[in-house]
Design a protein around this ligand. Structure first.
Ligand code: CA2
Length: 148
């Protein structure tokens, strides 16, 4: 049983619940952290939940996870669509990673359809709002338990 997973949130997600509720909902990132920790406790796993507006901060967190976590859930925000550096960081740590988005990126602008993260992720969850975070925890635990 994996003991700990990292949930990593990228740029602007600290603004959740305060702007554009029609796109991202009214739930704040702090609310989502509580949801994740409650769900993870029921599933018998620890969660580290963090956010950074900086590409380098996200990369540092991914590198550090290699020593402390069994897998990663990553909502990389807009870096999803641009960051080869984040893609390389995920490849380099060899931790199973689930790509996550609140919105359905495929139903939005064309530039959101491209994801560098998806190329190295186990799978992608998008379009389920805040509920996607607990879906991603279950998906990652299922993957870790199966070992594939
Ligand atoms: O749907 C998602 O979770 C996204 O990762 C959110 C990113 C966006 O660039 C991705 O294409 C999809 C944007 C996060 C911005 O979050 C805000 C929250 C409240 C107000 C304004 C922005």
């Amino acid at each position: 049983m994996p003991s700990s997973i990292l949930i990593l949130n990228g740029p602007n997600l600290n603004l959740l619940g305060t702007r554009q509720p029609e796109v991202y909902g009214r739930t704040t990132l702090a609310d989502i952290e509580v949801m994740c920790k409650t769900h993870a406790k029921q599933r018998g796993v620890r969660v580290e939940f963090t956010q950074s507006n900086h590409e380098g901060g996200l990369i540092d967190a991914i590198h550090a996870a290699r020593a402390t976590h069994s897998g990663i859930i990553l909502n990389a925000g807009a870096y999803t669509h641009s960051s080869i550096a984040l893609m390389d960081a995920i490849s380099s740590v060899e931790l199973p990673t689930i790509e996550l988005h609140l919105s359905n990126i495929h139903a939005r602008e064309d530039f959101r359809h491209q994801s560098y993260i998806a190329r190295v992720a186990v799978g992608v969850i998008c379009g389920f709002g805040a509920a996607g975070y607990t879906l991603a925890i279950d998906a990652l635990l299922g993957h870790l338990e199966r070992g594939s």
